[in-house]
Design a protein around this ligand. Structure first.
Ligand code: DAH
Length: 360
């Protein structure tokens, strides 16, 4: 049977061509040449009509099987091309996340962030929880609730940045201290309370030790039997841990804040000879924080009964702590964005502050 031999030869040739097709376009050309309208198999099938019935009965199924086999072979080859293309793409887009970080240290942790981490580690150890509040505050939270009555001269001391009045006539402001987080916390939760809050604060002021934006740590403890001794112990422990000096000398001086009574500023003993400040030595003093027993009016303004609850609060200047501990002399450099400064004074991001492994 000549047709059968022809079909067999065709099959061998076509399968070889399919295997040899270099790409999808080549494969498509083979398909058209074989299975297209005037393709070789199509022509063979057209020849069936001229065969006698016996021949046709053999050749019909044989040609159909050939056609199916070729079509399947083309489909398989096409699939192989697709897979190879996908593999090539995956290989070209591969990102090796296991590569070690570049050995040169590019970024550094800003001293302000470092001090925040250190303070958080110390106060967390004492059982304080982190609280938060927004930079844009209401007059009520920043002043009124903290016992600064309208028109009170202490408001003027804060050099406040106010926003234009809103539809209700009140003016929002950039918080001048972190103390409004005390108000937010007391309004939102029942005592006992033991929180610290850290963040940005703003006053219209700029010189070597003042910038219009600076940072504070606020602390608030409200409980049934809290007294001034707890306040002193807590802040002295903080200073020892923070400055990493066992016998930091401290002293409390009476002061005035509208939201505490009595109020005190705390000074830390230091040595200022030679244009440098050394903590834990010498006969000089340096003020580092304000504190006091929370004023009964503040508790009342926040819905807490001062007959049952009392507590202490403190506010620490973070930038000042950083200057003292790490020896920078001008606060304005903190926010100048000079990469040489941050390279010099910054900290490695790979060693987070911890009391166990060392703070700095
Ligand atoms: N808010 C005060 C300030 O910025 C600092 C301060 C003093 C906070 C006494 C307190 C405090 O919580 O009890 O000047």
């Amino acid at each position: 049977m000549q047709a059968a031999a022809e079909a067999q030869a065709l099959k061998t040739r076509v399968l070889a061509e399919i295997a040899a097709a270099p790409d999808e376009a080549g494969l498509e050309a083979v398909r058209v040449a074989v299975l297209g309208k005037t393709g070789s198999i199509s022509l063979l099938m057209r020849g069936l009509g001229a065969m006698n019935p016996a021949e046709r009965q053999v050749m019909g199924p044989a040609l159909n099987a050939l056609k199916d086999e070729v079509a399947a072979s083309i489909a398989a080859r096409r699939e192989a091309f697709h897979e190879a293309a996908l593999d090539a793409r995956l290989a070209s887009e591969r990102l090796d996340l296991t590569l070690p970080a570049a050995p040169s240290r590019r970024g550094a942790v800003h001293p302000v962030s470092q001090v925040m981490e250190e303070a958080a580690a110390i106060f967390a150890e004492m059982g304080f929880v982190l609280a938060e509040g927004p930079d844009i505050e209401t007059d009520f939270n920043n002043f009124t609730a903290l016992n600064f009555p309208e028109g009170h001269p202490a408001r003027e001391m804060h050099d406040t940045f106010f926003f234009p009045p809103g539809p209700d006539g009140t003016r929002k402001l950039l918080r001048t201290h972190t103390s409004p987080v005390q108000v937010r916390t007391m309004l939102a939760q029942e005592p006992p309370i033991r929180i610290i809050a850290m963040g940005r604060t703003y006053r219209c002021d700029s010189d070597q030790t003042h910038t219009p934006m600076f940072h504070q740590i606020e602390g608030l403890v409200i409980d049934r039997e809290t007294h001034m001794g707890h306040l002193k112990g807590c802040l002295m422990d903080f200073c020892r841990a923070f400055f990493e000096v066992d016998d930091v000398r401290v002293r409390f001086r009476p002061h005035y804040f509208p939201f505490t009574e009595p109020s005190a500023e705390m000074d830390i003993g230091c040595d200022r000879s030679g244009g440098q400040i050394r903590i834990g030595e010498g006969e000089d003093w340096l003020e580092i924080l304000g504190s006091g027993m929370v004023h009964a009016n503040v508790l009342r303004n926040c819905g807490i009964d001062p007959e049952i609850w009392q507590g202490f609060a403190f506010g620490i200047g973070i930038d000042r702590l950083a200057m003292l501990k790490y020896g920078m002399s001008d606060l304005r450099d903190f926010f100048a964005g000079d990469p040489r400064w941050i390279r010099h004074y910054g900290f490695s991001p790979f060693f987070p502050a911890s009391l166990a492994s060392g703070l700095s």
